[in-house]
Design a protein. Structure first.
Length: 209
């Protein structure tokens, strides 16, 4: 059963405060998102399985632990998800990266898929879907459904902030998916923006309006 994990590590919370601040410029915003993604990846990978191996230290032969070959796939939802990928890759450089392109139709507010490119072996990988904002839940819901349709079985969702409405949508549609957040915010406003939120993550990452 999917669980919601709010990662309340002091460094994550401190950096998230600066990410939310409207006076934080594009360069600093990008760096902070990268750092928080790396810290979140540290928490998300806490339960990866280990196996024992034998190595020679400079002193003697010793038994030691390594990751048990569980392959990771990172799936950022374009475009804002791109801002968190490098931070995760710093910790898991062997991960493969796929991309799902979605935009929200301004009339219907429904997500439309315009691009998808995935590693060929996604059914064998532990996938982390990445999107800074879980607002209505529409984009993440569609991205996860697309991955499942293509054979993915083990999926986690990683977001900076979420509205309770979006979390409920994912829990309802994908009860097998664990959700990892830096913060659960109050609600959505009438324009489906997260309150208090951090504005438009894509615009702030890439300096667009």
């Amino acid at each position: 059963m999917g669980n919601v994990h709010v990662l309340d590590h002091p460094l994550i919370q401190h950096k998230l405060t600066h990410i939310r601040d409207k006076n934080t410029g594009t360069k600093e915003f990008r760096e902070l998102v990268d750092e928080v993604a790396m810290l979140m990846a540290f928490e998300i990978t806490r339960n990866l399985p280990l196996q024992e191996t034998t190595i020679d230290t400079p002193v003697m032969e010793a038994k030691a632990k390594i990751l048990a070959g569980k392959k990771i796939g990172l799936i950022p939802i374009l475009r804002a998800g791109l801002g968190m990928v490098d931070g995760v890759l710093k910790l898991i450089p062997a991960a493969k990266v796929g991309h799902v392109g979605l935009y929200r139709d301004p009339e219907t507010l429904k997500p439309v898929e315009y691009y998808i490119k995935l590693p060929s072996d996604i059914e064998e990988r532990e996938l982390i879907v990445i999107d800074p904002m879980l607002a209505t839940g529409g984009s993440a819901n569609d991205a996860i459904a697309s991955l499942k349709k293509r054979g993915a079985k083990n999926i986690r969702l990683m977001c900076l902030i979420a509205a309770p409405e979006g979390v409920e949508v994912i829990k309802e549609a994908h009860p097998d998916v664990d959700i990892y957040l830096a913060a659960m915010d109050e609600k959505l406003d009438d324009h489906a923006y997260i309150v208090p939120g951090l504005g438009d993550a894509g615009d702030r990452l890439f300096g667009t309006k």
